[in-house]
Design a binder for this molecule. Structure first.
Ligand code: F6P
Length: 547
């Protein structure tokens, strides 16, 4: 693949950006009465409003030219066929197989992976049903009331985000807790509330070697053994992993391991057995609805023509801002409290996938790649960072997610929530110009020097872009399709940037250094550590010696 900046459409987009930099969204709407209709895309009951992006039809034509020249559709088809699109690790990236609800055969090394996928789904169905029904019980015969899922990164962010987002569908059968951080506070504060005889532990780790997860799992095991004895471990621990030997070494019977495969990336794994806590909390049928929603988005991505293809368009619009208009970050603002972990999940999905500066051929690259992703639910974010969005000096494209119906109605509160979402997207796009600000100040009774003094502060420049996703209700199906939409958007961008979105070598160095520094915190020498680290370790030891 050539450097994308050498593709013919790249220089055309750069020239087009020079013009578009001076065009305001007000102008684009004034020029075209049908703009909203033209830029509103539909997926099932969801409307995705692209009209408040700083684009014209010409921009889209050029962006889709770029996608074609970068062969996004060819790479997409290769991914769906199970070819090794993860080039550095020489593996397929087949999260789409985990939710392939039509069971179309997908072959890896000649074997249809659907046989193994369906076998694990069947085990998850049986196990979650038995735990929920109180058939599978703790060592002392009591039914489980609490599940502690121990995992980190992709082995925690996805399932946790989904469990919280779909909490309105949960019944009272089980409480599900998540422990990720190696900070002892995470596990200790969780266990403090729990009855060991009624607690089931899921140890979730693709590698079964991640330091945080293994430390927490060992501590959890010791906690259980101290209270119920060694023989209880088998009834209270199950593993979710690709690594049978390490699971056995840890002391969990491989028969109690829910398997997944090396072609499932951590940040794409919530659809695999890593999603077991979802099935435990909500029941297996809800988990299947989630998979079905994702599968419907997979088909949309694979089968829809480029001009209506949501992940493709959102990916290309993201590239427009990152590479041509200079945006460095993008904000995700769900107007839904239950989606409060969505920004964290998307941080891993986007930043671990596309935070790269070497291309697929190993060359250093000189164009911006994955943006910084951040966000908080609305309306909370309005009282924190929206000031910067409205009047700051930076360009921050925003995603607003909003449901027409609440799953937890209370008075008119959902109406207030929706009104705020719509109002913020409008204020960001259109702002308030000097004439309007002046009229408003006059209406407040100001005049003369007092008015002039305040005027510049009361102007909202606008022209700040956003996508609004508006759907009927955040059902498991809708959530599944939304997450898959983001996954394919990230894939599209990775292909255009000519990077491998499926590896994460950048997290290795810090992990290795931590292993070297750990013994030096007590008594060994810090060795060849850098002077700042050596200085900090010395101070830490002095603090401990003094107390
Ligand atoms: O942080 C790096 C990472 O490898 C992630 O990609 C992954 O999701 C996480 O660690 C956890 O890994 P594992 O599931 O192997 O414990």
């Amino acid at each position: 693949m050539p450097d994308p900046t050498r593709l013919p459409s790249w220089s055309k987009l750069a020239a087009h950006a020079e013009i578009m930099r001076g065009v305001h969204l007000r102008e684009l709407f004034a020029r075209d009465g049908g703009r909203f209709r033209r830029f509103a895309l539909h997926f099932e009951d969801m409307l995705v409003d692209l009209s408040r992006h700083r684009i014209t039809e010409e921009t889209l034509v050029l962006l889709l030219d770029l996608a074609r020249e970068a062969e996004v559709e060819g790479w997409r088809d290769r991914m769906f066929r199970g070819e090794p699109v993860n080039v550095t690790e020489r593996r397929p990236a087949l999260h789409i197989a985990l939710r392939n609800r039509t069971n179309r055969p997908i072959r890896v090394a000649g074997e249809d992976v659907m046989t193994a996928v369906n076998a694990v789904l069947e085990r998850m169905r049986r196990f979650s049903g038995e735990v929920r029904a109180g058939v599978r019980r703790g060592a002392g015969g009591a039914p489980f009331t609490d599940v502690v899922h121990i995992g980190i990164g992709g082995s925690e962010l996805g399932p946790r985000m989904v469990c919280e987002a779909l909490a309105p569908y949960a019944d009272d059968r089980l409480r599900v807790h998540f422990v990720a951080n190696v900070d002892p506070a995470d596990l200790s504060l969780t266990l403090r509330r729990l009855d060991p005889g009624r607690t089931l532990f899921l140890v979730a780790s693709k590698s079964f070697a991640t330091q945080e997860t293994m430390s927490n799992a060992r501590s959890a095991r010791a906690w259980l053994v101290a209270r119920l004895g060694e023989e209880a471990v088998g009834r209270h621990f199950v593993a979710i992993s690709t690594h049978r030997r390490r699971v056995a070494e840890f002391g969990i019977d491989p028969a109690d391991m829910f398997e997944f495969w090396d072609w499932v990336g951590g940040r794409y794994s919530l659809w695999s057995a890593i999603g077991l806590p979802i099935a435990l909390l909500l029941g297996f049928d809800r988990f299947l609805e989630l998979l079905e929603g994702a599968h419907a988005m997979d088909r949309h991505f694979a089968e829809t023509e480029a001009v209506r293809n949501l992940p493709l368009l959102l990916g290309m619009i993201g590239i427009w801002y990152t590479d041509f208009l200079g945006a460095e970050t993008t904000a995700v603002v769900p107007y839904d409290q239950t989606l409060h972990r969505l920004p964290a999940h998307l941080q891993q999905l986007e930043m671990e996938s596309n935070g790269k500066s070497v291309d697929r051929e190993g060359r250093r690259i000189a164009y911006p790649t994955g943006p910084i992703v951040w966000g908080e639910p609305g309306t909370n974010g309005q009282h924190a960072f929206f000031q910067l969005l409205h009047q700051g000096t930076r360009l921050v494209p925003c995603d607003f997610l909003v449901a027409a119906r609440s799953r937890t109605p209370l008075g008119d509160q959902h109406e207030q929530l929706v009104a705020n979402a719509l109002a913020q997207a409008s204020a960001l796009a259109f702002g308030r110009d000097e004439t309007e600000a002046r009229a408003e100040l006059r209406a407040e009774g100001l005049a003369g020097a007092d008015l002039e003094r305040l005027l510049p502060h009361r102007v909202f420049p606008g022209n700040r872009p956003s996508t609004t996703f508006l759907y009927a209700e955040l059902t498991p199906r809708r959530l599944g399709s939304l997450i898959a939409l983001y996954e394919h958007k990230v894939f599209t961008q990775g292909i255009v940037w000519n990077i491998n979105s499926f590896d994460q070598w950048g997290v290795e160095l810090g992990k290795k250094l931590a292993t070297r520094i750990r013994p030096a915190l007590e008594d060994s020498s810090i060795g060849d550590a850098d002077p700042a680290t050596a200085g900090l370790v010395a101070h830490l030891r002095a603090l401990r010696a003094a107390s």
